[in-house]
Design a protein around this ligand. Sequence first.
Ligand code: NAD
Length: 695
Amino acid sequence: MTGQILQTLESRFMTPGPEDDGSGFRHWRFAVDGQGIAWARLDKAGSSANTLDGEVLEEFSTILERLEADRPKGLVIRSAKPGGFCVGADIAQFREMDDPARVREEIDRGNAALDRLEKADFPTIAIIHGPCLGGGLELALACDYRIAIDGASFGFPEVMLGLHPGLGGSVRLTRLIDPTEAMTMMLTGKTAHTAKARKLGIVDAVTKERHVAAAVQAAVGGEVEKRSQDFRDAALNTLAGREIAARQMRAKTAKKAPPEHYPAPHRLIEIWRRHGGDRDEMREAEADSFAQLLTGETARNLIRVFFLRENLKGQAPDSSDVRRVHVVGAGTMGGDIAGLCAIKGLSVTLGDVDNRIIADAVKRCAAMAKAKHMKPAEVRAALDRLIPDPNGDGVAHADLVIEAGPEKAEIKEKIYGELEPRMKADAVLATNTSSLPLDRLAKSLDRPERFVGIHFFNPVAKMDLVEVVSHDGADGTALEQARGFLGRIGKLPAPVRTAPGFLVNRCLTPYLMEAIIMVDEGVKPETIDRAAERFGMPMGPIELADQVGLDIALSVADVLRERLDRPIPETPDWLRRKVDGGDLGRKSGRGFYEWKDGKADKDDDAPDPGEGMTDRLVMPMLDACATCLREGVVSDEDVLDGAMIFATGFAPFRGGPMHYARERGFGEVADALASLRDNHGDRFAPDSYWTERGD
Ligand code: NAD
């Protein structure tokens, strides 16, 4: 209601606040306007987005100190950056904090600043545009009013880093809105967009940029209704209410984040259950727990994962000159690659020998766009950019041509023979092959230097990682263009060299094959999957093989077996017969498991995995990682760890396979492999990397 009133108010002020008064703050622009309202605008020095750190909060305390003496009519807090309000704490600063007592001191200082804001005896108003996350939301919650500019989003993503709010966020949000909604936001890390945030009561009003000054006047004048919890919210916050809700939250959270691997959400539930009735106690418990979590192993590793993602993002140059893309082969992969490119704003032509397959790809693009919550007009625009092109007319204009034809060298070479003469001389030709050696494919080309691998994973829309595959004859600029293109469509490029299975499939296959051998030995698939899930994999190897498709998993294993010196276990005959008989896994409804409604039907009573089963699964994967590093398939351990986490879901809280190996000790890993070799055969023989590179 108030939001509507604000939207209809005509503002006389078209600028978002007065000019800086030259107070000399590094991170804040401060001024008092003609109406006696103070404006503190956050403008974090040296950063494109606002983040909070000790210095930002210290300056903010100084501002408050001054205002306590001057008593303005009100205080407006907003961001001077066009991108948004504040994305939360500066995560780089977290990396250096390893002492809980020091973290606690920092938290206490931050809390003192926010308490001071909350207690100010003049109205305080946060004007929020763009993302308002984590510490940024905690700052806004300490204000009397939160006024959102349409498009603002709110959330506590701390849980993704193995943390929960630390600056009173859990205390304030559970007292502002329905406490179970507040807890859900913090437990899932999900973001609430403006309308949802308004409905939940996180924001008091929604306005437009040009009405900001009027909105501020209305808030200062007491015309904006302040949100308070109703009877139902209060009832949910009683001890009895919290007990019941906490039980449900624990069970639901444990399914996705078991407490032994991800303690943060479980601690948060416990803090609220125990202390939700006492503000000071809850604040104390939140701060204590945050300090423990931040210096604990899970958060340290998840913070590492955050930077592994940044590292991969950084592999793409800032801009890309790829505007037009032509995709050949509109099947499972090519169709979705083309659809994604169109959704991301590129002009795409899509060819195939079969027109029905192109039409089906266009339908999938519409579904993908809808799944991404695009508006109908945006979906239409994306579809307009995706042009069916059975004759390949788009080839001549494309900056990048992606081949996603069948996995047969002769067919791919024939396709290249038709494409290459029609392509622009400086265009890049990329193959999505998952197993064919690029140096062999390059031999058939006139311009092998413009040829690279861009290896997407299935499903294209979901999998962030894409391998950018080089070969000896590839030109550096072609590889850079490929990485830039991936950055442009929001993927994470992992540079790898051509080698059997490249990086990800090569490291994943020994793990999948070991699981298959265990089934052959009579172990139940559920038991094997449980061993991997207990290690922290999002799903076990048997379920994963069913998901990937047993035909695909086995053909990758065949290629590796043929091309690698290392023994890859033979596929049992019964499994080949199964695949020949059409049991391909999830896509056919039956593989190792029966699949119903996209879910594997599992026997919950399968026996628990025995001692050593996890090592037997994980060690072959670690060893393949070591081999890839030794052979230079991938340049370093960080790119490898990022690739394995973002392509296979390797237990993120362990920080990646090589990080896990380093934590465990390379010598220990080599010993574990040697003992597996003694029991199960030469496929476990440890790579020399462990002893050569061990500390
Ligand atoms: P697919 O069989 O679904 O699609 C291949 C398409 O190519 C078909 O639509 C077919 O009609 C078309 N085609 C055949 N000959 C052609 C020609 N001469 N000109 C144009 N189009 C032609 O296969 P897919 O699963 O999409 O795989 C495509 C490529 O992607 C393969 O190299 C595969 O190894 C690779 N890949 C597949 C996956 C996966 O999980 N499916 C994952 C990563 C990479």
